[in-house]
Design a protein around this ligand. Structure first.
Ligand code: AP5
Length: 240
């Protein structure tokens, strides 16, 4: 079953709230291990709902590419598959969610990743009165993650994700979306992927319980095809 009953109830109650208030702002958090499809689905939902996808990984990679002070500090942790410090990440999010393009909502992809980040974020959104509507957790097995990440390529320009086998570009090495050059992320080598997964289990997975307790969590089967997961999410979020 792609979406379990409890998850469906959370999603349906969210849709009712949106409709009841004549179109509430949409604020989502994507949880899930590396390679679970957070970026893939967040990017599509961002286009569908017209709200920004905020990927802490993309923001950090841009800082690394531009050799900013933050990028230089973050590079070593990222290359080794370790987390960047909570202070840096909380600072990034604090600045980003108050920008004007977030007025109608946002999709967080890769944040929060620790209990400290989640608690700081709760404090921040409590003070600004911008509550989160729903937390979507994509569930996939470890071996599936390794297979997906070892075959992933990403566009240098528009950051669209591809997979050599599951989601290939029309032309090898070239982004079908913008024509940009595709590359393989250095942290997608198998040994680094396994380290990222270990850190996910130890540090990020506890957030599933954290958001479940708040009644915000919806667990989605992330092993279906990309298009099917997207249609399910959109179908429920739009109340179709
Ligand atoms: P980040 O870039 O956020 O990496 P991640 O969370 O490890 O997630 P990924 O981008 O690897 O995977 P994804 O779930 O988005 O999957 P995707 O859609 O691409 O973070 C990188 C680093 O930055 C971290 O290691 C850390 O150092 C640092 N960092 C970032 N945020 C931080 C934070 N909050 N705190 C501290 N440090 C932080 O899909 C993967 C592949 O699978 C693609 O090829 C895709 O085409 C394919 N695919 C997707 N869905 C499917 C499907 N349903 N079926 C088949 N293939 C699929």
């Amino acid at each position: 079953m792609p979406i379990n009953k409890a998850s469906l109830l959370v999603l349906e109650s969210f849709v009712r709230q949106r409709e009841g208030k004549g179109g509430r702002k949409l604020r989502l958090i994507f949880l899930g291990p590396p390679g679970s499809g957070k970026g893939t689905q967040a990017s599509r939902l961002s286009q569908r709902f017209g709200i920004p996808q905020i990927s802490t990984g993309d923001i950090l990679r841009e800082a690394v590419a531009n050799k900013t002070e933050m990028g230089i500090k973050a590079k070593e942790s990222m290359d080794n598959g370790e987390l960047v410090s909570d202070d840096v990440i909380i600072g990034i999010i604090c600045d980003r969610i108050v920008q004007t393009d977030c007025e109608n909502g946002f999709i967080l992809d890769g944040f929060p990743r620790t209990i400290v980040q989640a608690e700081s974020f709760d404090k921040m959104i409590g003070e600004k009165n911008i509550p989160i509507d729903i937390v979507l957790s994509l569930d996939v097995s470890e071996e599936m993650v390794v297979r997906r990440l070892c075959g992933r390529t990403v566009c240098k320009e528009c950051k669209t994700n591809y997979h050599l086998e599951f989601n290939p570009p029309k032309k090898k090495g070239v982004c079908s979306n913008c024509g940009g050059k595709l590359y393989h992320r250095p942290d997608d080598e198998e040994d680094v992927v396994r380290r990222r997964l270990k850190i996910y289990k130890e540090t990020t997975e506890p957030l599933i319980g954290y958001y479940q307790q708040k009644g915000l969590l919806s667990v989605i089967d992330g092993t279906n095809e990309i298009e099917n997961i997207f249609k399910q999410l959109v179908g429920v979020l739009e109340g179709i």
